[in-house]
Design a protein around this ligand. Structure first.
Ligand SMILES: Cc1ncc(COP(=O)(O)O)c(C=O)c1O
Length: 389
């Protein structure tokens, strides 16, 4: 195991004068506090026995039904047998690793990818191999994913942590073709799909597989209530074929018996009251404004030698400095100027990306974002990142 640099950084950025773009945090002032308080009152009045008692490892049946119905399509109808409630999507990913992976297995990942997935699966002794290097290096708009020899693939199709990028429809189809031609299984991790601010929705890999690549079910899918409701509830889920859910349930039983019954009943009460939908729309509006504030400030302040992604949703913008710059060395300079980010090298599995950084745009209000980018530009100037190409 390695200490997570992001966790260590989060501690450092608790200073109130510091503007942190480092954590992957939702905006705390937008948590549905009133609705949660009302839901807690109702749950404790009407169902105290169920909400405070030990529960089934698979999760609360009605919540599993709701998740199954929400993700069912005509080509992939789901029931509660296809749903395991986990203590966050993070636990779902951890369980999947425990069930499917052995030491020495090759796991194909996008590069850069979600740091805590690497932390969860690295102790299993797997080798992470990056998928194809990316469209920038190829004229083919959907190049082969290079899955040969991989046991498993981990894919973030929507607003990937850390880059904010999504897969195009062609890339999704090409991935599924390559998966079908390989012996690998895949997990599609989608915590951010509901947070779309612009552009058109695309079908998930889970759905597309059933619709166009019928028969074999090689894709598992993880999701969460963390990004729309609140991460402190720790309620996420895994969708998969029933026998896979059964095995994951056995593994979960040994870990924590079940996910908090109180949290699950709170979430259930909120979804029954339609709070989830309202909250999603509220967050989309607020976060769209924050994303736009960050993109405009970057455009205004950063040198022309610096580039960044323009995400249609999620929580992150990914910034690339000129070749040879080192964002780990830049971080203490930035902190001195009162702003923090996550150096991008951490998210890469092949030692590249030292000149990149991840910026979160959901936690700070728009005026703080503008001020934070101004400070970042000062830090870049002090570090000698040149203005002209
Ligand atoms: C890509 C990705 N997967 C999973 C998670 C974990 O989410 P949860 O809070 O449901 O454990 C996160 C949280 O930041 C994430 O960014």
């Amino acid at each position: 195991m390695r200490r997570s640099a992001v966790r260590e950084l989060l501690k450092l950025t608790l200073r109130p004068d510091l503007i942190s773009f480092a954590g992957g945090l939702p905006a705390p002032e937008l948590f549905p506090v009133e609705a949660l308080a009302e839901a807690a009152r109702v749950v404790l009045r009407d169902r105290p026995g169920a909400a405070l008692q030990y529960g089934e490892t698979e999760g609360v049946g009605e919540l599993r039904d709701w998740i199954a119905a929400r993700h069912s399509t005509s080509s992939r109808p789901l029931t509660r047998e296809n749903v395991l409630i986990a203590s966050g999507a993070q636990q779902g990913l951890d369980l999947i690793g425990r069930i499917f992976l052995n030491s020495g297995d090759r796991v194909a990942v996008q590069n850069p990818t979600y740091l805590a997935l690497l932390s969860a699966w690295r102790p299993l002794g797997v080798d992470f191999v990056p998928f194809y290097p990316g469209n920038a290096e190829s004229d083919d708009p959907a190049p082969s994913w290079g899955l040969r020899g991989a046991r498993f693939a981990y894919v973030l199709p929507e607003f990937r942590n850390p880059t904010g990028e999504s897969l195009t429809l062609r890339e999704r189809r090409r991935f599924l073709e390559d998966l079908a031609a390989s012996d690998a299984l895949a997990v599609e991790d989608d915590p951010y799909g509901d947070l779309r601010y612009s552009g058109d929705e695309l079908p998930s890999l889970f759905e597309l597989e059933a619709r166009e690549f019928g028969g074999e079910e090689r894709i598992l899918r993880t999701g969460t209530f963390s990004k729309i409701l609140a991460p402190g509830l720790r309620v996420g889920w895994v969708l998969a074929a029933a026998p896979v859910i059964d095995r994951l349930t056995l593994a979960k039983q040994a870990l924590d018996l079940h996910t908090s019954t109180m949290s699950q009943h709170l979430v259930l009460e909120l979804v029954r009251r339609g709070v989830l939908e309202g909250q999603r729309e509220r967050l989309r509006g607020a976060y769209r404004e924050r994303r736009d504030a960050m993109l405009a400030a970057l455009e205004e302040r950063l040198p022309s030698t610096v580039t960044w992604t323009r995400p249609e949703g999620g929580m992150f913008v990914f910034v690339t400095l000129p070749e040879g710059c080192d964002t780990s060395a830049l971080l203490p300079v930035a902190v001195r100027h009162g702003v923090a980010f996550v150096p991008g090298g951490e998210f890469h599995v092949d030692g590249t990306g030292r000149n990149t950084m991840r910026l979160n745009f959901t936690h700070a209000a728009p005026e703080r974002i503008r001020e934070g980018v101004r400070r970042l530009a000062e830090a870049l100037a002090e570090a000698g990142v040149s203005r002209e190409r």
